[in-house]
Design a binder for this molecule. Structure first.
Ligand code: AN7
Length: 320
C-alpha cells in the first residue's frame, strides 16, 4: 500500500511457558501480542486499515471500542495525519487505553451505553459521513491480523495442535483462521469468552454483558458467523470462563511466567486450564497488562510501608 502507515507492528515474541506446561501436561507457548507498539494485537490490523483509509482519501477514522481498538486507531491516525474519533462505553475501559487514545489526539466520546450500542452507532455514522470505519468489520483489519498465524507457524517451524484465543467481537479468531488456511494448516481453534459475555457459547446475543475483562465485554459480536465457521471448520470449540478463572490465570502468568497480560488476554489461558488438551498449544495473549493498572492493583498484594532505617528495611524485606 502507498503510503504505508506503520509503527513496525508484529514480530512479537512466542514465549515458552514451562509453568503452564507443567500444570497442563501440554507443550504451552505464549504469543505475546502485548509487545506490539500500542500494546495489543489491534496494531496488526490497524496498519492495513489506516493505510487503506489514506489511500482512499479519507480524512478521518472512527471506531467503537472497549479500549484497545481506540488506542490503536488513535495512534495510527496520528501517525497518518488523520483525525481520529473513538466511541467507548463510559466508565468501562481500562485507564491505560483511555490515556493512549487521548495522548494520540483522538476525539474520545464516552457513550452512555455498551460496546454493542457504540458499534451499531458508528456503523450508521460511517454511512452518513465520509469517515473510514476501522472496527474489525473492516476487511483490512482481518487481513492484517491474520499475520499472527503466519508468525506462530514460522516461529514454531510447524503449526501448533491447538490455538487458544480470547473472543470478543470475534474479529481476531476470524483473522487467525484465515491466516492458518492461507498457510494450508488447520490447528484446532479454542475460543474463550467471559461467562457474563458469552453470546457465541449460548447461541444468542447477551443484552447486558458483564465481565472483569472489559476488553471482551461484548454481547453481540460483529463476526459471529465467521467465528463459528473458524471453530467448526477447525474442529475446535468455543467455551466460557468465569471472571474468577480469568483472574487466576492472569495472576499466575504474572507471578510464575513473568508475563503481564491484560485480563481479557488471560481468558485464553483460563480456558486451557479449564479444558486441558494434549500436544503443542499456543495461547494468544492479546494485550499488555500495563493497560489496566486498576485490575492489577486489585489483585496484587499490597505494598509494605517502611521507615528509612536499616532495621526497619531488614524487617520489611526479610520479615514474614
Ligand atoms: C485484549 O478494542 O473489541 O474477538 O474494541 O482488546 O477480535 O474482538 C477488543 C477486543 C481480546 C477480543 N483481547 O478480540 C476493542 C475490542 C483483547 C481485546 C479481544 C479484545 P476480538
Amino acid at each position: 500500500m502507498d503510503p504505508l502507515v506503520t509503527l513496525e507492528e508484529g514480530d512479537t515474541p512466542l514465549i515458552p511457558s514451562p509453568a503452564l506446561s507443567e500444570r497442563t501436561g501440554a507443550e504451552v507457548w505464549l504469543k505475546f501480542e502485548g509487545a506490539n507498539p500500542t500494546g495489543s494485537f489491534k496494531d496488526r490490523g490497524m496498519t492495513v486499515a489506516v493505510s487503506a483509509a489514506v489511500e482512499e482519501g479519507a480524512e478521518a477514522v472512527i471506531c467503537a471500542s472497549t479500549g484497545n481498538t481506540a488506542a490503536s486507531a488513535a495512534a495510527y491516525a496520528a501517525r497518518a495525519g488523520l483525525r481520529g474519533a473513538v466511541i467507548v462505553p463510559e466508565g468501562k475501559i481500562a485507564a491505560g487505553k483511555l490515556a493512549q487514545a487521548l495522548m494520540h489526539g483522538a476525539k474520545v466520546i464516552a457513550l452512555q451505553g455498551n460496546f454493542d450500542q457504540a458499534l451499531a452507532l458508528v456503523r450508521e455514522l460511517a454511512e452518513r459521513q465520509p469517515i473510514a470505519l476501522v472496527n474489525s468489520v473492516n476487511e483490512y483489519r482481518i487481513e492484517g491480523q491474520k499475520t499472527g498465524a503466519f508468525e506462530v507457524c514460522d516461529q514454531l517451524g510447524e503449526p501448533p495442535d491447538v490455538l487458544c484465543i480470547p473472543v470478543g467481537n470475534a474479529g481476531n479468531i476470524t483473522a487467525w483462521w484465515r491466516g492458518f488456511r492461507e498457510y494450508d494448516v488447520a490447528p484446532r481453534l479454542h475460543g474463550y469468552q467471559a461467562e457474563g459475555a458469552a453470546p457465541l457459547v449460548h447461541g444468542a446475543p447477551v443484552e447486558n454483558p458483564e465481565t472483569v475483562a472489559s476488553a471482551i465485554r461484548i454481547g453481540n459480536p460483529a463476526r459471529w458467523e465467521d467465528a463459528m465457521d473458524a471453530v467448526t471448520s477447525s474442529r475446535g470449540e468455543i467455551r466460557a470462563v468465569s471472571d474468577a478463572e480469568i483472574l487466576e490465570a492472569y495472576t499466575f502468568l504474572g507471578a510464575r511466567e513473568g508475563v503481564f497480560c491484560e485480563p481479557a488476554s488471560a481468558a485464553s489461558v483460563a480456558g486451557l486450564l479449564k479444558h486441558p488438551v494434549e500436544g503443542r498449544v499456543v495461547c494468544v495473549l492479546t494485550g499488555h497488562g500495563l493497560k489496566d493498572p486498576a485490575t492489577a492493583m486489585a489483585q496484587a498484594t499490597s505494598v509494605i510501608p517502611c521507615e528509612p532505617e536499616i532495621d526497619a528495611v531488614e524487617k520489611a524485606v526479610f520479615g514474614a
